[in-house]
Design a protein around this ligand. Structure first.
Ligand SMILES: [Zn+2]
Length: 393
C-alpha cells in the first residue's frame, strides 16, 4: 500500500494495490486497494458543472470515462455484418441495416438472459475468417473511442467466435488482439482485452478455450466466465480459473444475473473473482453485501442490458442505486451496445437517471470504474492525471 502526495494534501487520491493472497483456507482477498474516495473531494455534490465542456451530460470531464464490461461479440456494426455476410455467402434475414435491426438488436424486453444471447448467434455467422475477427475488433475499439471512452476492457470468447466457420480459436485470439492493438494505436484509447470462457459449452471445451487464450497470456489482462449461469455453475470451472490466476490474470465472473447470491459467493470463493459482472442477486444477501464492501469487490452494472433481459423489472428496480448507497464499488457499463442499441454515454445520461441515480452517485460510479479497473496503481494514476490536466485547459 502507498499513498501518493496525500500528506501534502495536493493530491486527493490514495492508491493501493489490489489482489488476492493464497492461504490454507483458499483465496483471501487482500485488505486492500483502493482510491480512497472518502478522503477525497472528488465526489463533492457541489462539483462545478460549469466546468463541463460537453454541456448536457452526466459524464464528468475531469474523470476518465471507462467501460469495464463490454463484449466484442455484442458490438458489431450492422453495415459490417451485411458486408461480411455477402463476402462469406451467409444468408441473413434481411439485406439492409434497417431490415436487419430487429433480428440482432433488442427493442423490447426479452423473456430472459438466454433469449437475449440468441441475438448473438446470427451475428457470429458472418465471422468467416480471421480477417473478419480482426475487423470487428478494430471497429469496436474505434467506436468506443468515438463514444469518448478513455479506457476500455473488451472481452471476447474465441470459441464462440470460431464456432460457426470452425476457425482455429488460437488464430481468432491472435486476430482480435491485433485488431484491438491497431485501433488503440490509431485512436489513442487505452484497451485491455479480457478472455471469456463460455460456460455454456461445458468444462471440456472450456479447457480448449483457455488454452487458446493462454497462448497470448501476456497480452490479455484477465479472464471472465459468461453464458448460461443457471445451468453451468462456477464449480465446473475450478481448474480453469486456477490456471488463469497462476499466470497473473485478473478475474471477473458473470454472476447473480440469472442465478442467486450463491453464484456470486462461488465466483469469489471458488474462482477468485475480484469483480462481478451484474451481481444483481447480491441485494438479497446482507452478508454478501458486507463481504463485497469489506473486500472492495467491484460490481460491473449494466442497466439497459438488465432491463432488456428481464433480469430487473425496469430501470427504477435496478439495484445500482442501492449498491452505491451501500458504498459498494459499483460502476456503469454497456455490456452489448450493438445488441442493446445503446452506447456508454446513453447509460450515463439516460439510463442512470432513470435508475434514480443522483449526479453525485453517477460521479461516484464513474470513479468506481477507475478504482475497480484491472490496472495497476501507476496506470490508474496516469489515466486520472491526464483527465484532470485536460479538464483544466
Ligand atoms: Zn456481460
Amino acid at each position: 500500500m502507498f499513498w501518493f502526495f496525500d500528506e501534502l494534501s495536493c493530491w486527493p487520491i490514495g492508491l493501493l494495490m489490489t489482489g488476492f493472497t493464497r492461504t490454507r483456507k483458499g483465496l483471501v482477498p487482500d485488505q486492500k486497494k483502493r482510491f480512497d474516495l472518502n478522503r477525497s473531494n472528488l465526489i463533492a455534490a457541489d462539483y462545478n458543472k460549469a466546468n463541463d465542456k460537453k454541456g448536457l451530460t452526466m459524464i464528468y470531464p475531469d474523470l476518465p470515462l471507462i467501460d469495464l464490461h463490454r463484449h466484442l461479440e455484442g458490438n458489431l456494426r450492422l453495415e459490417t455484418v451485411l458486408e461480411l455476410a455477402r463476402k462469406f455467402n451467409v444468408t441473413l434475414p434481411a439485406d439492409t441495416v434497417e431490415g436487419l435491426r430487429p433480428y440482432v438488436q433488442v427493442s423490447s424486453r426479452q423473456p430472459g438472459v438466454m433469449a437475449f444471447i440468441e441475438k448473438f448467434n446470427l451475428l457470429m455467422k458472418v465471422l468467416g475468417n480471421e480477417q473478419a475477427c480482426f475487423r470487428i475488433a478494430q471497429e469496436a475499439v474505434l467506436d468506443a473511442a468515438n463514444e469518448g471512452i478513455d479506457y476500455l476492457e473488451l472481452r471476447f470468447s474465441p470459441v464462440f467466435m470460431a464456432a460457426d466457420h470452425q476457425l482455429n480459436p488460437s488464430a481468432v485470439v491472435e486476430a482480435v488482439l491485433a485488431g484491438i492493438q491497431a485501433a488503440a494505436a490509431e485512436s489513442g484509447i487505452q484497451v485491455n482485452p479480457l478472455g471469456i470462457i463460455s460456460r455454456t459449452y461445458g468444462p471440456q471445451v472450456a479447457e480448449q478455450e483457455l488454452s487458446a487464450l493462454l497462448s497470448y497470456a501476456d497480452k490479455i489482462r484477465g479472464l471472465d466466465l459468461a453464458g448460461d449461469e443457471a445451468n453451468f455453475p462456477a464449480q465446473l470451472f475450478l481448474p480453469h480459473f486456477k490456471k488463469a490466476r497462476d499466470v497473473g490474470w485478473h478475474i471477473t465472473v458473470h454472476a447473480g444475473e440469472a442465478d442467486g447470491p450463491q453464484s456470486i459467493w462461488d465466483s469469489i470463493r471458488l474462482l477468485g473473482a475480484e469483480r462481478i459482472g451484474h451481481g444483481l442477486a447480491a441485494r438479497h444477501d446482507a452478508q454478501l453485501l458486507k463481504y463485497l464492501l469489506d473486500h472492495q469487490i467491484g460490481i460491473e452494472c449494466n442497466l439497459t442490458s438488465n432491463v432488456q433481459t428481464s433480469s430487473v423489472a425496469d430501470y427504477v428496480s435496478h439495484p445500482l442505486k442501492f449498491f452505491l448507497e451501500k458504498r459498494l464499488l459499483a460502476s456503469i457499463n454497456s455490456d452489448d451496445p450493438g445488441i442493446s442499441a445503446i452506447d456508454l454515454p446513453y447509460e450515463y445520461n439516460v439510463a442512470a437517471p432513470k435508475a434514480g441515480l443522483s449526479e453525485t452517485q453517477i460521479r461516484q460510479a464513474q470513479l468506481n470504474a477507475l478504482e475497480s479497473a484491472f490496472l495497476n496503481s501507476q496506470e490508474k494514476l496516469a489515466l486520472f492525471t491526464k483527465k484532470q490536466s485536460n479538464s483544466l485547459l
